[in-house]
Design a protein around this ligand. Structure first.
Ligand code: G3P
Ligand code: CA
Length: 290
C-alpha cells in the first residue's frame, strides 16, 4: 500500500469513528432528561393547599405554574360527568351516599371546600364541563376515569365532551405535544391525557380517541409487572404511571425502552421529588406543585 493510500484509509477510518462518536453523543443527549423536562402535574389540583378537585385548587395550580391539573371524573344519577375522587360524597361534603345517588345539580349545590378549611366554604363540586370551560386550551389536563366499571358508557361521554372542544383544544395542541410552552415563564401546557387503573376502560378510550394519549395506572398489587405485561400495556398506552415509592431505575428504563413515558404519583415532599427527577421520570403528580 502506498503511503498516500494508507493516509486516505486512515482518514476514512477517522471520519467513520468521528461519525459514530457524534451519533452516540446525539442519541445519548436525546435520551437525557433534565429536571426542566419533567412535567409537573397538580394532583386533584394544588390539593396540598386547597380542597381537592375544586376550582380553588385548579386555579392555584395554574398560578403556581403547574403543567397539568389532574382530576377524577365519575357519573351523577342523571348521567352527567362530575369531578370527584371518592365514590361517595361523605369525605369531602356534608352529605352522605354515593355520587351516583345525586343529580349533577344536587352535587353542584354541595359545599366541597369546608372539609378542608372554612375559608373554602364557597367551593362546590364541579361538573366536567365547568373544568373544560375554564381550562381547555389553557392548561394540560390529566383526566382520571375513577371506578369506570361503576359507570358503563363513561368513556363515550368523556370522548364526546372532548370532541365538542376539539376546535378550542386544537389551537393549543389537541392530541399533539404534551407541552406547549408559552411565552415567558409559563409552563402551563394545553394537552389532554386520560388515565385509569382500569385497563379495559383505557383501551376503550384509546379506541374512541386515538389521537389523545392514554395512561395506565399500575396498581400496587400488580407490581412488579412482567415484561410481557409491559409490552401489552405499551401497545396502546403512551404512559405507564406508577406510585413513586415503587419506582426504580429498572422500571423507568424498561418503560423508556418501549418508547413510552412514566409519571410518578403522588409526591408530597422535596426528597421524593428529587428522587423522581434523578430517576428520569417524565412527569411528577404532586399535591404541592410550584
Ligand atoms: O394520578 C394518580 C393518582 O391520582 C391515582 O390515585 O387515588 O389519587 O386517584 P388517586
Ligand atoms: Ca386521581
Amino acid at each position: 500500500m502506498t503511503s498516500r493510500r494508507a493516509t486516505s484509509v486512515w482518514r476514512r477510518i477517522g471520519l467513520a469513528l468521528l461519525f459514530l462518536c457524534s451519533a452516540t453523543l446525539i442519541i445519548s443527549a436525546s435520551n437525557l432528561h433534565t429536571a426542566e423536562d419533567v412535567l409537573i402535574i397538580a394532583h386533584r389540583g394544588a390539593s396540598g393547599y386547597a380542597p381537592e378537585n375544586t376550582m380553588a385548587a385548579f386555579e392555584l395550580a395554574e398560578r403556581l405554574g403547574a403543567d397539568f391539573i389532574e382530576f377524577d371524573v365519575q357519573l351523577s344519577k342523571d348521567g352527567e360527568l362530575v369531578v370527584i375522587h371518592d365514590v361517595t360524597v361523605d369525605r369531602t361534603t356534608a352529605f352522605t351516599g354515593y355520587v351516583s345517588q345525586y343529580t349533577l345539580s344536587e352535587l353542584q349545590g354541595m359545599d366541597a371546600g369546608s372539609y378542608s378549611n372554612a375559608i373554602f366554604a364557597d367551593e362546590s363540586l364541579l361538573s366536567f364541563q365547568e373544568v373544560l370551560d375554564r381550562f381547555a386550551g389553557r392548561m394540560g389536563m390529566l383526566i382520571e376515569l375513577k371506578e369506570p366499571l361503576l359507570y358503563p358508557g363513561i368513556e363515550e361521554k368523556v370522548a364526546e365532551a372532548l370532541k365538542r372542544r376539539a376546535p378550542q383544544l386544537q389551537v393549543a395542541g389537541f392530541g399533539g405535544s404534551e407541552r406547549v410552552r408559552a411565552v415567558g415563564k409559563s409552563r402551563n401546557s394545553a394537552a389532554i391525557i386520560i388515565q385509569s387503573f382500569e385497563r379495559e376502560s383505557i383501551r376503550r378510550m384509546h379506541a374512541l380517541l386515538p389521537d389523545i394519549p392514554v395512561a395506565v395506572l399500575v396498581h400496587k398489587d400488580e407490581h412488579p409487572l412482567a415484561p410481557e405485561t409491559l409490552d401489552e400495556l405499551a401497545s396502546y398506552s403512551s404512559y405507564i404511571n406508577y406510585s413513586h415509592d415503587l419506582l426504580d431505575e429498572d422500571i423507568v428504563r424498561n418503560i423508556h425502552a418501549r418508547n413510552r413515558k412514566v409519571m410518578a404519583w403522588t409526591v408530597r415532599n422535596e426528597k421524593d421529588m428529587e428522587r423522581m427527577k434523578k430517576l428520569g421520570v417524565d412527569g411528577v403528580i404532586t399535591d404541592f406543585p410550584g
